[in-house]
Ligand binder design. Sequence first.
Ligand SMILES: Nc1nc2c(ncn2[C@@H]2O[C@H](COP(=O)(O)OP(=O)(O)OP(=O)(O)O)[C@@H](O)[C@H]2O)c(=O)[nH]1
Ligand SMILES: C[S@@+](CC[C@H](N)C(=O)[O-])C[C@H]1O[C@@H](n2cnc3c(N)ncnc32)[C@H](O)[C@@H]1O
Ligand code: SF4
Ligand code: SF4
Length: 342
Amino acid sequence: MPLSDEFGREVTGVRVSLTDRCNFDCVYCHNEGLGDTRGPMEPGDDEMGTDDVVRFLNVVAEYGVDSVKLTGGEPMLREDLAEIIRRAPDSMEVSMTTNGTFLPGRAEELKEAGLDRVNVSQDALDPEEFAEITKSGAYDKVMEGVQAAVDAGLAPVKLNMVVFEHTAGYVEGMVDHVAENEGLQLQLIEYMPELTGRPEWNIDIQRVHDWLAEIADHVEHREMHDRKRYFVNPEAAESVAADPQPSELDEFQGGMIEIVDPVENADFCANCGRVRVTHEGYLKGCLNRNDDLQSMGEMSREEIREAFEQVVAERVPYYGEYLVENERGEYEINEKYISAAD
Ligand SMILES: Nc1nc2c(ncn2[C@@H]2O[C@H](COP(=O)(O)OP(=O)(O)OP(=O)(O)O)[C@@H](O)[C@H]2O)c(=O)[nH]1
Ligand SMILES: C[S@@+](CC[C@H](N)C(=O)[O-])C[C@H]1O[C@@H](n2cnc3c(N)ncnc32)[C@H](O)[C@@H]1O
Ligand code: SF4
Ligand code: SF4
């Protein structure tokens, strides 16, 4: 039976950041709240070891956690990635979010190890625009990586595109791209300035919703985060039942566009059921907070249990509870959490 926080939010998933290292330097990167990705590429002493990650997953599986997202930094920089996946509990769906550069030649091996699916970050279809955003010349590798993931059956392969000032003009092209290419789906992620600053890069995500609603044949709500999914490929949309089961939607292969819009969205936070783990082995109840880190000590099973129960008990929806709207419509820290934020 999954644990719930005092806002009735069950925790059924974990997001594990395997490293804060990365071979890219994306201009928008929040690095899951862990600071700058730049620095040495060699494994740091501070990273959780293979056994710690596996032990953690086994303990939380006992609490009904049935999915894990491996992320980073760039999770494919971890040499023990396949081993972690292989030793993850069978009861868990294992997915990964990656920049895709290391997928060529390795996607098959990860699939065999038990990886179910991948999300690959891709913010533009043009190599120069791509380089401008990621500060990397690895465009061809990423395109190859996406194809390698499709070929290996890591489905659905979701392309993650951050929608902000630099990319707003590429959204239409990306929508066409996934509609035309079988095996791909698109996640349009609202730029989150909370950890990175630059609020002037924000675009109005509602305009993207409105545009997709106009061209979509079918619209669904995903339970997680109350996210909206638009089905834009007419032929593909017809193959979805009138009242599809979530599993059918997950299998949908073409023209599906999901919007991830967490910014100032209390409904998104009210439906948030995932706890995070930093590469150093700290639990974290919310992406946007840095005052809720919970140590797992030496990561014995008992310490993991205690810390996990505590972090769940202390989870708070960020928008709507930790931050509340004032009379001017701006979000500010709820008075009852002000001492925690100091
Ligand atoms: N604020 C906030 N943003 C999130 C949350 N989950 C995902 N995001 C944003 O969406 C980005 C992409 O998430 P992914 O790692 O691809 O995974 P996902 O979309 O959440 O999960 P799946 O759709 O199940 O693959 C994250 O890096 C965040 O920017 C969340 O719980 N809170
Ligand atoms: C931090 S990255 C880690 C995994 C991997 N390196 C990658 O890029 O896919 C995870 C996701 O966060 C997204 N992301 C990073 N910074 C963001 C921001 N400020 N706003 C919205 N999404 C962001 C990225 O686009 C990526 O899809
Ligand atoms: S690839 Fe991922 S972790 Fe690396 S800089 Fe880009 S968004 Fe951040
Ligand atoms: S509560 Fe935090 S982690 Fe959950 S959706 Fe809101 S901002 Fe994201």
